[in-house]
Write a protein that binds this ligand. Structure first.
Ligand SMILES: O=c1ccn([C@@H]2O[C@H](COP(=O)(O)OP(=O)(O)O[C@H]3O[C@H](CO)[C@@H](O)[C@H](O)[C@H]3O)[C@@H](O)[C@H]2O)c(=O)[nH]1
Ligand SMILES: [Mn+2]
Length: 341
């Protein structure tokens, strides 16, 4: 294919915080690992620190600074138990990347396992059914055509109809409401957005088709970067809140995420002085501990995991109080407070 066309097509993701940036770095490197021929673009908001933006620039061809768009719809987001997701309206900015003729949006919590450049043969709006309500599409992976007109129409739709889940997925399913019925070629195979969650898994189908998964999507509040990684054994350990309920294959995908992180992202970050230097003597380190260090260095520290200096220093040493101060509900509460303020 002509190089000019390839240069006008891009994979696009979004980050509004330093923590999601770990996801974006892994995603970008996973796309490089499967030798994509398309450009990599990322939307970042001013909350992402300068230091992190610089790291993102090592992986992404195009780092676009955008303003936050927030649905502010706390009532509907409460139904979804995810008060933080109003900010995902910021995703709409991807339609403004009009220097590309076609693009594929990927959430920052996705990981690419095989080359998916064939997605650029699809038309707007192509996506995979959502596992919770398969008449809707999941908005973590979709093919679209950047257009200022579409962007304005989406904003208008946000003002008039709004989003039925408070996030971008509800809005996009309202706007592209004929996705379910109009054209079957816009239904992508589940292999392009394999959501593996604790709530639902069709294991026999997984055993039959799982080997062909192209993109895995870590939906839900606990992301790969919240898990612990044991540097001695080179294996990921389940988050204490997920321990007993994870489907077995989920651990393999988490491991795949961490393998990309350790082999392809950590070496990039190591040039960053003290970042990633705080391994716990026992060999266990948690990326959020590294995040805390990143926040100490960053120009605009979100400090969401840090409640006091002592606690912060313990966290940085990798001494994480999983059953006490650092238990998941507390982290979640802090995140919630951060988003409301
Ligand atoms: O604080 C945040 C929250 C989200 N994001 C970005 O927005 C995406 C969507 O959020 P995520 O936490 O991945 O949501 P999911 O757990 O995947 O939940 C679902 O619901 C969301 C809201 O409707 C949709 O955006 C998702 O695609 C859909 O899978 C992320 O991947 C990031 O790219 C941020 O940058 N910062
Ligand atoms: Mn997601």
């Amino acid at each position: 294919m002509a190089a000019e066309r390839r240069d006008k097509e891009a994979f696009v993701t979004l980050v509004t915080s330093d923590s999601y940036s770990f996801g974006a770095l892994v995603l970008g490197q996973s796309l490089r690992a499967v030798h994509t021929t398309r450009k990599l673009a990322i939307l970042v908001t001013p909350q992402v620190s300068d230091n992190v933006r610089e790291q993102l620039g090592k992986v992404y061809d195009d780092v676009h600074l955008v303003d936050v768009v927030d649905s502010g719809d706390t009532e509907k987001l409460a139904l979804l138990s995810r008060p933080e997701l109003g900010i995902t309206f910021t995703k709409l900015h991807c339609w403004r990347l009009t220097n590309y003729t076609k693009a594929v949006f990927l959430d920052a919590d996705t990981l690419v396992l095989r080359n998916v450049d064939d997605l650029f043969d699809k038309e707007e709006l192509s996506a995979v059914p959502d596992i919770g309500w398969p008449d809707c599409f999941n908005s973590g992976v979709f093919v679209f055509r950047p257009s200022e007109d579409t962007y304005q129409a989406l904003l208008q739709c946000a003002k008039t109809a709004g989003s039925f889940d408070g996030g971008d997925q509800g809005l996009l399913n309202t706007f592209f409401s004929d996705w379910g019925t109009k054209d079957i070629s816009r239904h992508l195979s589940f292999l392009y957005n394999m959501t593996s969650t604790i709530h639902y898994s069709y294991l026999p189908a997984f055993n039959r088709f799982g080997g062909d998964v192209k993109i895995v999507h870590f939906i839900g509040p606990i992301k790969p970067w919240h898990h612990q990684y044991d540097t001695k054994s080179g294996t990921v350990k389940p988050h204490p809140n997920q321990d007993s309920s994870l489907p077995p294959h989920h651990m393999d995908f988490l491991q795949a995420w961490w393998d990309v992180f350790m082999n392809r992202v950590k070496p990039l970050l190591e040039g960053q002085g003290q970042l990633l230097s705080g391994n716990h003597p026992g060999g266990t380190q948690d990326i959020t501990g590294q995040l805390a260090q990143l926040q100490v260095q960053g120009a605009n520290p979100p400090a969401i995991y840090v409640s006091s200096d002592d606690h912060r220093r313990a966290w940085e040493r990798g001494e994480i109080d999983y059953t006490g101060l650092d238990r998941f509900e507390n982290i979640q509460k802090k995140l919630d407070a951060q988003i409301k303020s």
